[in-house]
Design a protein around this ligand. Structure first.
Ligand code: ADP
Ligand code: ZN
Length: 544
């Protein structure tokens, strides 16, 4: 490449080329960098791999050249700090970090260099920022006019609505108050509207300009199917489509991770488990092997993944449903970081919905928090039940408008749908009548038994075989009714309520909600994907 004569090269552009060796900025980088160099506050939402680091590294260097001193980068990920500082050294930039891995002497050395103005970028863990000692250092830099910029990485950690709340991040509020006039740039790869608003409020970024990149990962093909036999389905998926590829399989619990990983090994795959209950050395060893060797399938809880940069992960599978869309996006986003085709595959079922609801209900959190979590779960369920483009839904959740993608299951094979409105109304009226007749609410199994006209012991015991809705849905299979219920739960037309028994056991019961009425009245149709197992009476091919 021959150097071009560019007399009007901006300082930022010059740094990009001379220090980082890149020809041009990518996407919104240039606008962000210029805004921050000029002293503006910024909130940057950019997907993983989008190039967030340069958004503060370039301003840090330019502002240092302008004599404004050091940039403090707040980051919760120690491994990432090490990588970045290493890379900056290679590029000839003076950078350092302060975290728990440093010895006392090393810490002192960094502090000294900081005072003498020898450091352009200082990475610090959030808990460090809150120590009187470190704040004292910052105070003296500030008063000397040598505190240039704060970069707050992984800014969603400040929000309890985010998926990775870290209380230490709350203390970052002091930056604004204590160091008035020092610009701040907050960055995150994940934030729905609620989390975004929370970041702004918590970090007092009301005056910040927002830079929102597209969150689309066009090379990832999204697929969600009904969970029947998760292991068999997963094996079929891997064997047919990714026989020798590296992938991650996410499970809900540690126990399930162990079982699933063992089952994959039995099936002849190179699989390793990863969860927080394993000894640290085992975790490290498994992670290293996943990164180094080819074709390892890591079966893991969500403890696995943060800060792991393996470009050629060809698939991410969920055999249990994640908590919400942010989690789903974050986890599936670990596939295909090299830009080549990758799959995000998920199997989910009614039990997942029930389990996730229960986890929310049983958590010790406030009612407000639970309400938010239920809303987030519902949004994910709606995505799973969708019969239209998954990507449009996914991006829509992050406030991004798009058109059908042609690279998700629903776009590629528009699902045959059947009209479940009649079945839905029968289920809803049964829930209503049972409640009226006995003043009690019941679980899914019992309600379905009544609708299907099965005179079980329990049905007879409560006299539910006398209800007018007994047997009204006997033409429907259990699978069909289950599918209808799943969708009613997903769309909030049915509520789940936990009932505690005196024995201490509890179970989930179904109840009507505000959303039931339009379905009961027939104003809102209930369209379901036709599952291959059941051949419903009425069917209509979706016309798109
Ligand atoms: P993020 O923090 O958003 O996940 P990174 O800052 O780690 O992303 O950047 C992802 C990759 O893209 C890195 O390898 C980085 O060097 C590269 N990159 C970033 N900006 C540019 C650019 N303007 N030109 C070329 N490569 C870039
Ligand atoms: Zn699509």
């Amino acid at each position: 490449m021959s150097p071009r004569l560019s007399p009007a090269l901006s300082p930022a552009h010059a740094v990009l080329q001379a220090v980082f060796g890149y020809e041009r900025f990518r996407g919104p980088q240039q606008a962000i960098v210029e805004h921050v160099i000029a002293g503006g506050d910024a909130l940057v939402l950019m997907p993983t791999g989008g190039g967030k680091s340069l958004c503060y590294q370039v301003p840090a260097i330019v502002r240092q050249q302008q004599g404004r001193g050091v940039t403090i980068v707040v980051s919760p990920l120690i491994a990432l700090m090490h990588d970045q500082v290493g890379a900056l050294h290679e590029a000839g930039v003076s950078a350092a970090f302060l975290n728990s891995t440093l010895s006392y002497d090393e810490t002192q050395d960094v502090e000294l260099r900081l005072q003498t103005g020898d450091i352009t970028l200082l990475y610090a863990a959030p808990e460090r920022l809150n120590t009187p000692r470190f704040l004292g250092l910052l105070d003296s830099l500030y008063h000397g006019g040598h505190l240039s910029l704060f970069a707050i990485d992984e800014a969603h950690c400040v929000s309890q609505w985010g998926h990775d709340f870290r209380p230490e991040y709350r203390a970052l509020t002091v930056l604004h108050e204590r160091y008035a006039g020092v610009p701040r740039i907050a960055l995150t790869a994940t934030a729905d509207a609620l989390t975004r608003a929370d970041i702004v409020e918590r970090l007092q970024l009301e005056g910040a300009q927002h830079f929102v990149s597209s969150f689309d990962r066009p090379n990832i093909r999204y697929r969600i199917e009904e969970k029947k036999e998760p292991l068999a389905q997963l094996l079929r998926f891997i064997e047919r489509e990714h026989p020798d590829d590296a992938g991650v399989v996410y499970c809900q619990s540690r126990k399930r991770v162990e079982e699933m990983s063992a089952a994959l090994v039995d099936a002849g795959l190179k699989s390793l488990p990863y969860h927080a209950g394993l000894p640290a050395e085992v975790r490290q060893q498994n992670q290293d092997r996943f990164l180094r060797e080819e074709g390892i399938v890591m079966v893991a809880t969500i403890a696995f993944g943060m800060g792991i940069d393996k470009p050629d992960v060809r698939f991410v599978a969920h055999v249990d449903m994640p908590k919400n869309i942010e989690g789903y996006y974050q986890e599936t986003g670990r596939a295909g970081r090299d830009g080549l085709n990758a799959d995000a595959w998920m199997a989910y079922g009614l039990q997942d919905v029930v389990n996730q609801r229960r986890m929310i209900d049983e958590s010790p959190a406030s009612e407000e928090f639970k309400q938010v979590m239920r809303g987030k779960l519902d949004a994910l369920l709606a995505l799973a039940e969708a019969t239209d483009c998954r990507r449009v839904r996914l991006l829509g959740y992050f406030g991004e408008y798009s058109t059908p993608c042609g690279n998700c299951d629903n776009c590629l094979n528009p699902p045959a749908v059947w009209d479940g409105t009649d079945a839905a109304r029968k289920l809803l009226s049964t829930i209503y009548r049972v409640q009226q007749a006995s003043g009690l609410s019941f679980g899914t199994g019992h309600i379905m038994d009544i609708v299907r006209g099965k005179d079980t012991e329990k049905v007879k015991q409560f006299g539910h075989d006398k209800l007018s809705t007994f047997g009204v849905g006997k033409d429907y299979s259990e699978a069909q009714l289950r599918g209808v219920l799943r969708q009613l739960l997903a769309t909030g037309a049915v509520g789940l309520q936990k009932v505690m028994l005196e024995s201490g056991h509890s179970f989930d019961t179904l109840s009507l909600t505000e959303g039931s009425r339009p379905v009961l009245k027939g104003d809102v149709p209930v369209l379901l994907r036709e599952s291959t197992a059941s051949a419903p009476a009425k069917r209509t091919r979706r016309s798109t």
